[in-house]
Design a protein around this ligand. Sequence first.
Ligand code: FE2
Length: 402
Amino acid sequence: MIDYHRLGDVPAKHHITFRDGDRLLMEQCVTRRGFDGAYSILYFQIPPTDETAVESMELPGFCPVSRIEKQPLHRRHIQTAKLQHNGDFLTGRKTVLMNEDVHIGIVKTAAGPGPDFFSNSDGDECWFAFDGGGRLETLYGTLHYKKHDYLIIPKATPYRLHPESDRATFLVFEGRGFIDIPKQFRNDRGQLTLDAPYSHRDFRRPTELIAFDAATHGQAPYRHIIKCHDQLTVHLSKHWPWELKGWDGYSYPIAFNMHDYQPRTGLVHLPPTIHITFAGNDFIICSFVPRKVDYYDKDGAQSIPCPYGHASVDCDEILYYVEGNFTSRKGIEPQSISLHPMGIAHGPHPGTYEKSVGTDRTAELAVMCDTFKPLWLTTVADTIEQKDYHTAWVQTESAVHK
Ligand SMILES: [Fe+2]
């Protein structure tokens, strides 16, 4: 949903005859916000409506998912490095945090995908490739991705994910509704503004349409697993339903690499919102990338590059640590998720604030998500939580009284 894109052949106008040989192709308009939002128009070789059977399916930890019953208010550390590699891009999904606007999950694969396609009709998804590349096979075509890419997959898009490595790790945001470019980054023509933190050139789009391949798509009945209303349903079709003659429009998957994000530096420390990358319904996704830090230096006083303590009283904040030196936190490792909830103050660990004065760069790489509604830990997160994390700010007597 970055700009207009077309792949394959489409007719001269909407809603007119379009044939492949003698066959009249089925036109399908995929529309958002009723018929008023972004849309794409697809031309199917075989209509994707000929399911012969419908079944229910469950993947515990993802669908259904359950939150813990009581969650006393304190800072939390979910050690997702402790999750085992298991399953594929779908069967290996585990949700660790959730509210009514967003579910946040981890996928750690141990195998390439099976023959099934999956689509999420509960909302757009944003995948972050933690440790490697591969290709995303979608109804809109193949999108090649690389390490530290974000992949935005629109609601109801059938897809399979093929990591290059059998042991790949992903952070996944599942929005209820939209995950999109923040409105403030577009001008009145929909173009990204010159002061946006990225340009149209930074986004990658599907490059080739997909075609049936018995070796990887299997044999009939073909299974399409659909998530809707937090239930999984499997549609079985006699014909492989994902072959298109072409499509065009504004709704399709995109890839954006975190290292193409253009960070900002201030005279003094700027709020975390300068890192905003994508926006959802009552949540934002931000990118912390290596950058120069704040440079005030006058009359013996210097800027403090480490984030100031803060109580953003309307937001829960999570950070997913990717790599680099996490200057503000101790005891955190790659794949850690910290949750600093609304209702209490938070800030750098003792000592890190002072240590940052005089530095000129930060090398940390992390994904942040702020939500306006409280996040709940799931029962999966409960098993990998560092239970005493919130006491890590306790200072020694000598440090307090010096
Ligand atoms: Fe914060």
